[in-house]
Design a protein around this ligand. Structure first.
Ligand code: ADP
Length: 381
């Protein structure tokens, strides 16, 4: 009998879900749209400037609300197709502080709610390689929800590292609140798209029920997990759990990298150097390409050679390729005018990359981040 009930429940579930989703979408999109149409009609009939202004304000508010909702539907729909990871070095302490600083303005209007942060001042020791934008998006969303569902008390953001053993550290970034809480039987469904605890319309707490579904997808993309603990009328604790690769790998990556820039031109040299964060890179320079082989050989622990292929691009590219074959552990980045012609080499050699002249700093930094992330994967594997 129990099994039969369960079977019927399971069979019923999709239909209920579809109904709930349809009613949420219909309600959440129609409500602002109806307001826009209704007040646009009214505005044509009134004469007082005061009325016109106040109706225009209502139209503007509903328009931006509608835009926000449509944007999150689009974000959610394209997430499966455009979910590239953009890895970079992240100072966790600073990231949490940045998210907090951006949020406190949003929270200012709720005087009955304190927003607190638990981080360590100037702590630069916890570095991870992950996708900053995605983490920020998740945390911002969690904070906005906490603000929406907390009427008094406190919202807190913070982080901690849990070390079960040396090779298995985890980073937990949390957002907690003393808000209305989430009943146990709803704690799973709220991570599904368009689902909410209270699916009846509530004008104050309008929302599409899509934010947590986006957060959940984003955390999976960054190889993390989103967890929830909550008690009704007491509050909620959302935790983003991220793996930290084994500590040895981290230390290996955090070691300052030695970079040799082969560049005669002062302006080019300083442009490249400017992209190399002082804390992570120890930069050396040579203008002389004649005895590059000897120089590379002489520098202990050289990680990168950044070199301008100059006018004799193809000839130099072949020379660089043979250097790369001799020193496969070094990453060679070749700046060239003939990017399209030389890029074919890149696919054949793991540690050989080409960038355009003139330098595009953003592209160069992205390439460096990708190289660092690749070295981290190799070190931890
Ligand atoms: P939205 O907030 O737009 O409805 P979300 O997917 O972000 O969509 O949240 C889904 C539902 O989960 C919310 O409607 C609310 O019922 C519940 N919820 C989310 N965060 C909290 C929170 N901090 N406290 C209480 N309920 C929450």
């Amino acid at each position: 009998m129990r099994n039969l009930n369960k079977y019927l429940e399971d069979v019923d579930a999709p239909e209920n879900e579809i109904k709930a989703v349809a009613s949420t979408i219909s309600h959440e999109l129609r409500t602002p749209l109806n307001a826009i149409i209704g007040f646009s009609d009214l505005i044509q009939e009134v004469e007082s400037i005061k009325d016109i202004r106040s109706f225009a304000k209502i139209i503007e508010l509903n328009g931006s609300m509608l835009l926000k909702k449509i944007t999150s539907i689009i974000d959610f729909s394209v997430l499966d197709y455009y979910s590239d990871l953009c890895l970079e070095e992240i100072n966790v302490n600073k990231l949490v502080q940045d998210v907090y600083n951006n949020f406190i303005n949003e929270a200012e209007y709720k005087h009955s709610v304190r927003v607190e942060i638990k981080t360590k001042d100037n702590d630069d020791s916890l570095i991870i390689y992950s996708d900053r934008t995605k983490i920020e998006k998740i945390l911002t969303n969690l904070l906005s929800n906490s603000l929406k569902f907390t009427n008094e008390g406190c919202i807190e953001i913070g982080y901690e590292v849990i070390k079960s053993n040396d090779s298995n550290a985890r980073l937990l970034i949390y957002v907690s609140d003393t808000g209305i809480g989430i009943p146990e039987d709803k704690q799973n469904i709220i991570f599904k798209p368009f689902r909410q605890v209270d699916e009846s319309y509530c004008a104050d707490l309008e929302g599409l029920g899509i934010g947590l579904a986006i957060c959940d997808k984003l955390s999976k993309i960054i190889n993390g997990r989103l967890r929830l603990e909550s008690a009704l009328n007491k509050g909620s604790l959302f935790t983003l759990e991220l793996p930290i690769d084994n500590l040895f790998a981290r230390q290996n990556i955090i070691r300052v990298k030695n970079v040799l820039i082969v560049e005669e031109n002062e302006v080019n040299y300083f442009e490249l150097k400017d992209c190399l964060n002082k804390k992570s890179f120890n930069v050396m320079r040579t203008c002389n390409v004649d005895n590059l082989n000897g120089l590379i050989n002489a520098i202990a622990n050289l990680d990168y050679v950044i070199i301008n292929s100059g006018i004799e691009m193809f000839e130099n590219a072949f020379r660089i390729r043979s250097l790369h074959e001799k020193y496969p552990q070094i990453t060679f980045i070749v700046q060239t005018l003939e990017y399209d012609g030389l890029i074919m080499f890149e696919s054949r050699y793991d540690n050989l990359h080409f960038i355009n002249t003139p330098l595009n700093k953003e592209e160069f930094k992205e390439l460096l981040n990708n190289c660092l992330a690749k070295k981290m994967v190799l070190a931890s594997g």
